[in-house]
Design a protein around this ligand. Structure first.
Ligand code: SAM
Length: 258
């Protein structure tokens, strides 16, 4: 195989890796072992929080919260999938962004920011505030940093969180955004507590998740959520359900409030 053909095959394989991660039918598990919690660590958490453990299904980690099996984390090699050109046509993120109402001075966290697809697109809404782009994968933050330079955006701040803590000061956020990310948090109970701590009173959460009620949404089951399930988890953590705006073809657009 020539060098050019080899590089082309490599690029196609990388693009497909992102595509098959979320799409039906389920591929074999390919989670990054560095970001899926080790069994020992999970066992410690189990003693303190409301988790149930069972054998993992192909896309899950075998850890259940309010009856929902937590999905495996999408690894950074899938950045190309997050940044894919068809995303606008499939998910209409521009409609979601239009519906995220912010004040120019607001500080909003994009939790599970990945490549920053949403972070950069909402940054112009907060010219005197900032977007704290949080992820647990350093590679995602490196990508974000590089992209900030290319776009000359100065108000997107990459921030390394941990699997169970945002590492943010109390009352430091006006709002939080989570797009296709919450369902793969390995420690949702701790993350929700950490978010309550970081949000100002009245602070809002914009929660976008692929609709679990809709079999036509071509995404793997564990990477979707129903509205009822999201309410169970967020209301259980003390947040108030405000609305589900439904402007999007594939996702819920839910708003909760502290
Ligand atoms: C499927 S990607 C979505 C990225 C982005 N929100 C988007 O829609 O383009 C989910 C991201 O959540 C991150 N993640 C998983 N657990 C996390 C946690 N506890 N705290 C912060 N980020 C987390 C993963 O590393 C991954 O980058």
């Amino acid at each position: 195989m020539s060098r050019v053909a080899f590089l082309l095959a490599l690029a196609i394989a990388a693009a497909l890796a992102g595509w098959t991660w979320y799409r039906q039918p389920h591929p074999a598990a390919t989670a990054d072992p560095n970001i899926v919690p080790a069994r020992a660590e999970v066992a410690v958490a189990a003693a303190e929080v409301a988790y149930v453990f069972a054998p993992a299904t192909p896309d899950g980690i075998g850890k259940f919260f309010h009856g929902r099996e937590i999905a495996q984390v999408m690894g950074h090699p899938a950045i190309d999938w997050l940044e894919r050109g068809e995303r606008e046509q499939e998910e209409a993120p521009s409609k979601a962004i239009a519906a995220i109402d912010l004040k120019p001075t607001d500080v909003i966290a994009d939790i599970g920011a990945g490549s920053g697809y949403y972070s950069f697109r909402i940054s112009s809404k907060v010219p005197f505030g900032k977007v704290v782009a949080i992820d647990i994968q350093q590679e995602m933050l490196d990508f974000l940093k590089k992209r900030s330079g290319e776009l000359k955006v100065t108000n997107v701040e990459p921030h390394l969180g941990t699997i169970d803590n945002l590492k943010l000061p109390a009352d430091s956020l006006d709002a939080a955004l989570m797009v296709d990310a919450y369902h793969e948090f390995s420690h949702p109970q701790e993350m929700l507590a950490s978010l309550r701590h970081a949000l100002k009173p009245g602070g809002r959460i914009f929660l976008l998740e692929f609709r679990g009620e809709d079999p036509k949404v071509p995404i793997k089951a564990l990477h979707k959520m129903t509205e009822a399930q999201a309410r169970l988890e967020f209301e259980g953590a003390g947040f108030r359900f405000v609305s589900n705006l439904r402007p999007l073809p594939w996702q819920h657009f839910m708003i909760f409030q502290k």
